[in-house]
Design a protein around this ligand. Structure first.
Ligand code: ATP
Length: 515
């Protein structure tokens, strides 16, 4: 099994064992691509949402939040283009009966050529040592040149097939590239078909004539249809944004890779309304701002990169993804799109209601342009867990598994542990916990040896363990153990609140990104 797959399996098992993520309806063998969050998972998820929400609404006094309904008038999805164009190209392998996204199969093939080039470079760098000139090598090494030509040619064909919505050409590329089904190993493919990703249901009883409606595939449309409500009730002046966190539903063709691609998931979206002609400046602004937000978590700057879109959605004039190095390579966590005035214009047309903004500074009315930042809570969750999961050898040959989750996001911030379960130590520990629990999420644990309890807290990513021992009873001091270094220091109980405030409060990291 490839190393990446082994790592992902470990993450999935760890998330289940420690109460982060469970398969949905597990006692009935689960439901594909649907997951439940456990006691630690929900805390981490809530912290991610809090970090995002505060960064949008606290740091920007021109960004307001809303919470719109999942069900919307069916014409919304006609106007947004989802009824006609929210499709993925699917292809089946006749032998394995497995279903794939044709575009993903081709993208993986492109990535294979890129990997081959990187491997050649790695090998040569090892051979030549300090004398290695990578630019020259790329230009002259016959194998590298051949792989690059194949990659570029394939990329060109792929982009033009996608832009022309040419399903026959997508199939032909798969045939020409001799792409095989990873399960059956065969090239026995069906034709490529379009598949609409929206779930539908009915509202109202059949007696009164039920109407077909959709489960929203993105939260953005709830913002667009409320543009005037928020602008008018909040007396908002352009530029301003509307932020929302909520569930979205997509009947994904390929539901693999754990919580990376789910059928029910959560999005955090912000639509920023600007003057026409100023969208590129704001696009750049939000690109940089959002990257800063990610990097401030300290998982490593090298784990993030931008990926500009080669194929733009029907509504966009610029788009980029922020990718994170997942267990299966760099993948999109967040999309930043310049959506032009497409959505507001289209809702104006379909609803027959005027959706314009009167700009008092310009003394004119116009349809605002929109920059969107759209991030999946669950993908963000996966990136945090993947970036945090560490196995470390300990003295004496043991291993510890530790989740080095950014402390501000950790589900449990502080564990309070009496050294032994007697002689007033539990009572003292509970008293400390009673004081700290109003600052952050604390847990008390007195089962098993102290070493085992540290390991348990490491496994859920608790940044600090506070140990109460016999000296505590004498001098009101405790030991603080730091998760990442395992260092222990003696501190007075009275200092604990300051430590909590300094290291664990989301506001401190928000101040850092605004600085
Ligand atoms: P992909 O190309 O991976 O399908 P997308 O480009 O369709 O994603 P967007 O429509 O831009 O995604 O959605 C914005 C964000 O919502 C994504 O960056 C991702 O974090 C999240 N997201 C989208 N689809 C899913 C899903 N099926 N499961 C979990 N998160 C998702």
């Amino acid at each position: 099994m490839a190393q990446q797959e082994v790592f992902l399996k470990k993450l999935v098992a760890h998330c289940k064992e420690y109460g982060f993520v469970f398969p949905s309806s597990e006692i009935y063998d689960g439901l594909a691509a649907v997951y439940d969050y456990g006691q630690n998972g929900v805390e981490l998820k809530n912290n991610i949402k809090r970090y995002w929400w505060d960064s949008m609404t606290l740091l920007n006094d021109n960004v307001a939040g809303i919470d719109s309904a999942v069900f919307m008038h069916p014409t919304v999805w006609k106007a947004s283009g989802h009824v006609d164009a929210f499709n993925d190209p699917l292809i089946d392998n006749r032998d394995s009966k497995k279903r794939y996204r044709a575009d993903v199969l081709i993208e993986e093939q492109i990535a294979k050529y890129e990997d081959k080039i990187e491997k050649e470079i790695e090998k040569a760098a090892g051979r030549f040592g300090n004398d290695f000139n990578e630019t020259l090598f790329r230009q002259t090494n016959p194998r590298t040149i051949e792989y690059k030509a194949k990659r570029d040619n394939l990329y060109k064909r792929f982009v033009s097939a996608q832009n022309e919505n040419n399903l026959d050409e997508l199939k032909q590329i798969i045939v020409d590239e001799e792409i095989v089904c990873p399960v059956s190993g065969s090239r026995n493919w069906t034709d490529v078909k379009q598949f609409n990703l929206m779930f539908s249901t009915e509202i109202g009883s059949t007696a009164e004539g039920a109407t077909k409606i959709y489960l929203r595939p993105e939260t953005a449309q709830g913002i667009f249809v409320n543009f005037l409500n928020v602008q008018k009730s909040g007396r908002m002046k352009i530029p301003f944004g509307i932020a929302q966190i909520g569930k979205a539903f997509r009947n994904e063709i390929v539901a693999r890779q754990f919580i990376f691609r789910m059928r029910e998931f959560e999005q955090m979206e912000m639509q920023f309304f600007v003057r026409p002609g100023e969208e590129m400046r704001w696009f750049e602004y939000w690109k940089q701002t959002r990257m800063k937000w990610h990097k401030a978590l300290g998982l490593g700057d090298n784990k993030y990169r931008f990926h500009d879109h080669s194929k733009l959605a029907h509504y966009a004039n610029a788009a980029t993804d922020i990718e994170f190095e997942m267990p299966f390579g760099f993948r999109e966590v967040e999309g930043i799109h310049s959506r032009t005035d497409f959505d507001l214009n289209s809702h104006e047309k379909y609803s027959g209601k005027k959706i314009k903004y009167f700009d008092p500074d310009l003394n004119q009315s116009y349809t605002p342009y929109v920059i969107e930042t759209s991030i999946g809570v669950d993908r963000m969750f996966l990136s945090i867990i993947a970036g945090a999961y560490t196995e470390e050898p300990l003295e004496g040959g043991d291993m510890r598994t530790v989740l080095k989750i950014p402390p501000v996001l950790a589900p449990v911030k502080i564990a309070v542990l009496p050294l032994v379960r007697k002689d007033e130590l539990p009572e003292r520990a509970l008293k400390i916990m009673d004081e700290l629990k109003f600052n952050c999420y604390c847990r008390y644990d007195d089962k098993d040896s102290i070493g085992k309890r540290y390991r348990r807290q490491d496994a859920v990513g608790t940044p600090y363990c506070i140990t109460v021992d016999y000296d505590t009873l004498k001098d009101d001091t405790v030991t603080i153990r730091h998760r990442d270094t395992m260092e222990q220091e003696r501190v007075p109980i009275s200092a604990l609140e300051d430590i909590v405030e300094d290291k664990l409060n989301i506001k401190n990291i928000l101040k850092a990104i605004k600085a």
